[in-house]
Structure formats: structure tokens, C-alpha cells
Design a protein around this ligand. Structure first.
Ligand code: GLN
Ligand code: ZN
Length: 762
């Protein structure tokens, strides 16, 4: 008999119940007991739902009030000193202080750093450790949740972040190596495992996703030591879970550790099955990740069954488990809530609940049960209908993609020459000033959008409102004395959704929420078909804004890689091809903006860095098509048209060559928090084009003064030639208020003037 298990279920709730419960608790509208009651109700509902979907062993401790890495740190008492006093008398308050900072009763605690969980859009909190850090089993969350499920009659498999991944995802505040702490950490893990065993848990899942990344000798040795150590202690059986890629050169390591089972991701890396089947000792459980935990498409069950049968043929089904590729944390909860979605499109999709049902079908089919047949047939039909559907395929787009030539992605005139033409056409001074695009999205703007959406504000009235906002924004920028203006982006809700809504090949769900961090969720658009642009998307507002002023108006677009990265993408075509299609649609938009008299156009790519594959060996291939896609969008314009791009905080060291290959005339980046340190990569590389290092942090309401921005600009012009420098904030201003924005930009323009006279460049 084949078992169905699950690696993790979304925590937030189908209707984002956890989000609402958290936020009302944070606003002091509810108390801790109410929050915990909602959390418990969600856990109970999710266990029940998984049970009904046919999961034999659902996970526990996959739930979190905020983040599972933070949970692990707190569980093992890795609580930094600054939160300790609070943790002693109010553990829940300390937990949230670590997650989101806390300013109360005269105490100002800043939060832990947050960063992306592997290549997902989920953000975890980075544990702060130090040399000689002690760990003890402080909490009992995994034990309590195991008991909680048991009381409901459901036997679960507790999920824990494995010790090596935990340390590698942490940072130390004193520069020591987190892996040096392994010996301190293992007894705490051992104690927990022992207690889980006593409670009756027969299995635990230890997540070690770092096994799909490049590991150095140190990390390799840490795995050997950790699992040798844990092999001797009284504990449940261990399922070692890997996901988000292939084990590759770590396969030998993973199968040599003395654990009782191994989970592998066969969606990202189906090709590893054969090697895994052969390398894994026969007595071990093999858990096959067959259904995509990272996307929303219905599974091609026949194909998955081929893999499952292959594994079963080699190893039998007694120790074969079927599971999603990774935790379903990255997938929305339940498709049945999508009442408004077009029925054909809906028939192609599966959310978490449906994915578990697919696994049940696969297990039944593998066990030769006839009742699996109708579901297999239905899946076959859905896949076939999607494959043939005219709404998926657009021959014009395909032909255009096929006809792309190498020259279509590059501008032939070198930047140095373009720069002269552009400075003249745009009448730019030295140290030109500009902003990143958005201006304050006030309550009033958001209300008007909501009222328009719900039909309470007519299209004409909404338009008039937007025109007024835009004009106000232009006037303010003129008064401040900025050199390159923007229209303010008042018409936009979100930088991807706004474009997706106007492009063919995109669809939107009503409830397809995925946790991004804490209570924050995103609802990624889904790209289901060939992408094309039926009509210009931004020309009207840019043109209108340009008509109001003699200063150059910068057009504002979201780049192809970012649109791709922040959407659910097709699984029937390569990411690269989807990206190129988006790029072609954007190319038309860029060209239309130019034809409409817009002489500077910014193509934002904040997600370029996060798209990097987990393995270094695959970086170049990704960077090649990502750079090409940007080039496709940007290279249709004349030499005098200036292309800008923008990226938020990113480690540029690794990718500076690719950033240069984008050949944007100007790149604006976030640098103020690092006090211009990020610029070093540009200086060392001798970056050829122009750079706008952000001179003030827009994430804070604090208004910077002229002197500190002058200071930063001096630092910048010490490492880069003055002719290459622009002056701008770190990012868009949409989260700020008007008063602070105006004051900060006035000071910024002053700072630019100071630099002009100081450095005396023409
Ligand atoms: N143009 C966008 C804005 O200003 C860029 C946002 C971003 O970088 N994430 O809001
Ligand atoms: Zn930004």
C-alpha cells in the first residue's frame, strides 16, 4: 500500500483568517487567547481537510504564527539579548518583537533581518547567533501541536527545520561561523526528538533544503556529524526532506546519513529519480515529490504515475510515499473558492487541497485500485483541453518569438555616445535628479480606486481624479526643481498586477493568496497563455503628464523578469520563453512611449537578483535569458531615448556583469542603508553606464537633511566618475506621506546643487 503524506500546509487560511487575527491582535483589538484560538481552529481545520483529501499522514508543527525559522530559533532559545527581558515576562510579545520590531513603553527593539526563503517569495527571519551560543529546548511547540492533532484523532508527522539548514540560514553577529555551533545545538534537537518519541510520534520530518545547493566541505562535514550524532539517540524515524531542486552531487551525502527516509523533489528535478532509486538503501522510505508545491496547475497524473511506477518497480510500494514536491506553503489553499474564475481556466488548476486529492489518486492508481480511474481520466481531459485551447496559443506571438534575432536585444550605439545625445535632448545638468516612479498613495488615492472598482465611482470621475493627482504631482516636482519627472503611478495598484490586467495570457484569482511574510500575502497573477499586448498600457498617463511640463517625463514600466518572477507561470513552456514573450509586449510599449514623445523610459527589474537559480552552475543560463529579455524590451528605441532601470536592495557583487549587460543608460539602486557600500561593486567592475545610488531610505518616515545626502554623494563620487552619477531616493515613494516626501526631495535637490558646484562638472 502506497502512503500519501504532506510536507506542509499553508497556514494563512483560505480566507486569510490568520492575517486578520494577527493584525487585530497587533492593533490591540483582540487578546492573545483569541489569537491562539483562531490559530488552533485553523490547524484543526487543515488537519481535517488533509484527512478528507486522503492524506494518510499530515504534518504538524508546519503551522506558524509568523515564520517557521523564527519558531525554530525561539524553540531552541536562540533569542538575542535585546529581546530577553521581554521574553521572560511576555514570550508572545517577544516573538513578535523579533519578527517585526517593537516600540512601546520607551523601549525600541528592532526586528531580526528578513530574507528570501531559497528561491521563493516567502521571507524568513534570519536567526542572530553568536560565538559560543547556547541552545536549550526552551519551547514545546512541536510537542504541543502533535498532542493537539492526536486529541483530534489524527496522527501527524512533526516537521522541524533540520539542524544544518537552520545554522546555514542563520547569521552570526560576530563574524564567527554558524556551523561551529553544531555541537551546542545537537543536544537540544536530541532532547526534542526524544520527547516526540515519548509522545508516540513514529516519524519526524527534518527539512534540509540546503542539500539542493552547492555545499562546501564544512557544510558537508556538518551533515555527517549532525546525523551521526542523531542516529544514536532515542527518537522517531527521520524523514530527511529535500526540495526546490536536485540533490546532484549531494546525493551520496544524503543517502549516506543514517536516517530512515528521504524525500526528493521530482517536479523540479524528475531526472534525479533513477539515481536516487539506486543510491538509497532498500530499507529506507522514499518519499516522491510528484505534485508541484510551487505552482497552481493541475498535475499531469499520467506522467507522475510513470515516475511512481518506476520507483515502485525498483523498490516496491511498502516504503514508498507520495507527497507534494515541497511544502504547500507556496500554494493557495482551495480552488473551490474561485467562483468567479472562468470555468475552462479553472478546470486546469489545482490549489493545495486539490493537489492532495491528486496524490490520493496517484497512490490508488499505483495500488491498482479501479476507483482512481475516473480521476485519472478527468485529469487527462483537462491537460488535453489546456494543451489544445486557442486561448493558450497565439500563433502571432509564437512566430514573433521564433523570429527573434540576436540583434533584437541590443542597442548598437555604445552608451558613451548615447549619453551625449541624451544629455542634450533632455537638457540634463550634472548630477541630474529624479525619483523612482511612485509618489504617495494616500488614503484618498486608495479609496478612489476601491470606489471605482466597486462601481461607486464612474470611469470618467475616476479618470478626472487621477488626472488631478497626476497634475498635482507634476507641479510639486517642478517646484522642487527635479530634472527628470515622473507621473506618480496613481493609477497603479501593484507593479505586476497593473500590467498583467492589461496583457493577454494573464488571469487573476479571487483568493489565490500566498504568504509572503508574517501576515502579508500576495496574490500572484497566473500566466496561462502566450502573452501579448492588445493595446498600449501606460502611454496615456505618461503622455498626459508630459503635456503638463517642459521637463522630461520618464515613462514607467515593470520589466519582463520581474513580471515573470512575481507570477505563477506556465509549466508547458520554459520560463525563458514566457519571459521573452512578456519582453516583446513591453518592447511595443516602450516604442509606443517613445513615439508619444516620452524621451526617458524606466523598466524596473527589482526581481532580477532573486530569480538566480539555487545552483551556481545554472546562473549563467538564467542571466543570459534574463538579460536578453530586458534587452528585447529596451532596444527598440533611438539613441537619444534614455532607458533607465531600477533595482531594490540586492547583492550586486555576484551579478554585476549581467547588470552591466542590461546596458540601461541609467540604473537606480538602493544604497543608502549600506552607506554606499553597494557602489563598490560598480566601482570595482568599472561599470560603464550611469548610476543613481539612492541617497535616502524611503522605508523610514525620517526626513534626511541636505548635509547627510551631500556626504553620501561625495562618497559616491569618490568611487565613480561624477559624469556617471544621478541623484535619487532608494525606491518608490508610494508608502510615504506628502509632507515628508516634499521635504526630503527638496533637501535632495539641494544636495545635488551642492555637488554640482563642488565638483564643477559641466
Ligand atoms: N517604479 C516603482 C515605484 O516607484 C518601483 C518599485 C520597486 O522597485 N519595487 O514604486
Ligand atoms: Zn525599489
Amino acid at each position: 500500500m502506497t502512503s500519501v503524506t504532506n510536507l506542509g500546509f499553508p497556514r494563512i487560511g483560505a480566507r486569510r483568517e490568520l492575517k486578520h487575527a494577527l493584525e487585530s491582535y497587533w492593533r490591540d483589538e483582540t487578546d492573545a487567547a483569541q489569537l491562539q484560538a483562531t490559530a488552533a481552529a485553523l490547524r484543526a481545520r487543515h488537519w481535517q481537510l488533509q484527512h478528507e483529501a486522503g492524506v494518510d499522514v499530515p504534518p504538524s508543527n508546519d503551522f506558524s504564527l509568523y515564520d517557521h525559522v523564527l519558531d525554530t530559533a525561539v524553540l531552541f532559545d536562540a533569542i538575542p539579548e535585546r529581546y530577553r527581558a521581554l521574553a521572560e515576562h511576555n514570550p508572545l510579545a517577544a516573538y513578535f518583537a523579533m519578527a517585526r520590531g517593537r516600540q512601546r513603553d520607551g523601549v525600541d527593539l528592532h526586528a531580526l533581518e528578513m530574507t528570501k526563503w531559497f528561491d521563493t517569495n516567502y521571507h524568513y527571519l534570519v536567526p542572530e547567533l553568536q560565538r559560543d551560543q547556547a541552545f536549550t529546548l526552551r519551547g514545546d511547540k512541536p510537542l504541543a501541536e502533535y498532542r493537539e492533532a492526536k486529541a483530534l484523532g489524527i496522527d501527524t508527522r512533526p516537521v522541524l527545520l533540520g539542524p544544518v539548514s537552520f545554522l546555514l540560514l542563520s547569521k552570526t553577529t560576530d563574524g564567527s561561523n554558524p556551523l561551529d555551533l553544531l555541537n551546542n545545538l545537537l543536544p537540544a534537537y536530541a532532547q526534542l526528538l526524544g520527547e516526540l518519541k515519548q509522545l508516540g510520534a513514529s516519524w519526524v520530518q527534518l527539512d534540509e533544503p540546503v542539500l539542493v545547493q552547492d555545499l562546501d566541505d564544512n557544510a558537508h562535514a556538518a551533515f555527517v556529524r549532525a546525523y551521526a550524532w542523531l542516529s544514536d539517540v532515542p527518537r522517531p524515524d527521520i524523514l530527511l526532506a529535500t526540495y526546490f531542486g536536485a540533490l546532484d552531487d549531494n546525493l551520496g551525502l544524503a543517502t549516506s546519513l543514517s536516517v530512515e527516509g528521504l524525500h526528493v523533489d521530482l517536479v523540479r528535478a524528475p531526472e534525479q529519480l533513477d539515481a536516487v532509486v539506486r543510491a538509497l538503501p532498500a530499507a529506507r522510505v522514499l518519499s516522491l515529490g510528484l505534485v508541484n508545491g510551487r505552482n497552481i496547475w493541475r498535475n499531469a497524473l499520467d506522467n507522475a504515475l510513470i515516475l511512481a511506477r518506476y520507483a515502485a518497480g525498483h523498490r516496491g510500494t511498502d516504503r514508498l510515499w507520495l507527497a507534494p514536491s515541497c511544502s504547500l506553503l507556496h500554494c493557495p489553499v482551495d480552488l473551490t473558492l474561485e467562483k468567479k474564475l472562468d470555468p475552462e481556466l479553472r478546470s486546469w488548476l489545482a490549489f493545495s487541497r486539490q493537489k492532495l486529492q491528486e496524490l490520493r489518486t496517484l497512490a490508488d492508481a499505483l495500488d491498482g485500485k479501479a476507483e482512481a480511474e475516473p480521476a485519472l481520466a478527468a485529469a487527462r481531459e483537462a491537460i488535453e483541453s489546456r494543451r489544445r485551447s486557442p486561448r493558450v496559443h497565439n500563433n502571432t506571438v509564437k512566430a514573433r518569438l521564433a523570429a527573434l534575432a540576436a540583434g533584437d536585444a541590443v542597442r548598437t550605439t555604445p552608451h558613451v555616445q548615447r549619453q551625449v545625445l541624451q544629455a542634450h535632448a533632455l537638457r540634463l545638468p550634472a548630477f541630474p535628479t529624479t525619483t523612482i516612479g511612485s509618489f504617495p498613495q494616500t488614503q484618498q488615492v486608495r479609496e478612489a480606486r476601491a470606489r471605482h472598482k466597486s462601481g461607486k465611482l464612474t470611469a470618467a470621475d475616476y479618470d478626472a481624479f487621477l488626472a488631478e493627482q497626476t497634475e498635482h504631482c507634476v507641479r510639486v516636482q517642478e517646484q522642487i526643481g527635479l530634472d527628470v519627472l515622473v507621473h506618480g503611478e496613481f493609477e497603479r495598484n501593484d507593479m505586476v498586477e497593473y500590467f498583467g490586467e492589461q496583457l493577454d495570457g494573464f488571469a487573476f484569482t479571487g483568493n489565490g493568496w500566498v504568504q509572503s511574510y508574517g501576515s502579508r500575502c500576495v496574490k500572484p497573477p497566473l500566466i496561462y497563455g502566450d502573452v501579448s499586448r492588445p493595446a498600449p498600457m501606460t502611454v496615456r498617463w505618461s503622455q498626459y503628464a508630459q503635456s503638463l511640463t517642459d521637463k522630461p517625463m520618464k515613462g514607467m514600466l515593470t520589466g519582463p523578469v520581474t513580471v515573470l518572477q512575481w507570477s505563477f507561470v506556465r509549466d508547458d513552456q520554459s520560463r525563458a520563453d514566457t519571459c521573452r514573450q512578456i519582453a516583446l509586449a513591453l518592447r511595443d510599449e516602450v516604442n509606443d512611449l517613445e513615439a508619444a514623445g516620452i524621451r526617458a523610459i524606466q523598466i524596473d527589474e527589482p526581481a532580477l537578483r532573486e530569480g538566480l537559480p539555487l545552483r551556481r552552475a545554472q546562473w549563467q543560463e538564467y542571466l543570459d535569458w534574463a538579460v536578453q529579455a530586458f534587452g528585447i524590451s529596451a532596444s527598440g528605441v533611438g539613441d537619444a531615448t534614455q532607458i533607465h532601470t531600477h533595482m531594490c536592495y540586492a547583492q550586486f557583487n555576484d551579478i554585476i556583469e549581467a547588470v552591466a549587460a542590461l546596458d540601461a543608460d541609467v540604473i537606480s539602486i538602493e544604497t543608502s542603508r549600506s552607506r554606499m557600500e553597494l557602489l563598490d561593486a560598480f566601482a570595482r567592475f568599472d561599470y560603464p553606464n550611469q548610476v543613481g545610488p539612492g541617497v535616502y531610505d524611503i522605508h523610514s518616515p525620517r526626513v534626511p537633511d541636505t548635509a547627510e545626502m551631500v556626504e553620501l554623494l561625495r562618497k559616491a563620487s569618490d568611487v565613480l566618475p561624477a559624469q556617471k552619477l544621478w541623484v535619487n531616493p532608494d525606491c518608490g515613494l508610494k508608502t510615504r506621506g506628502w509632507d515628508e516626501t516634499r521635504a526630503a526631495l527638496e533637501a535632495m535637490v539641494d544636495a545635488a546643487r551642492t555637488l554640482r558646484s563642488e565638483r564643477a562638472v559641466a
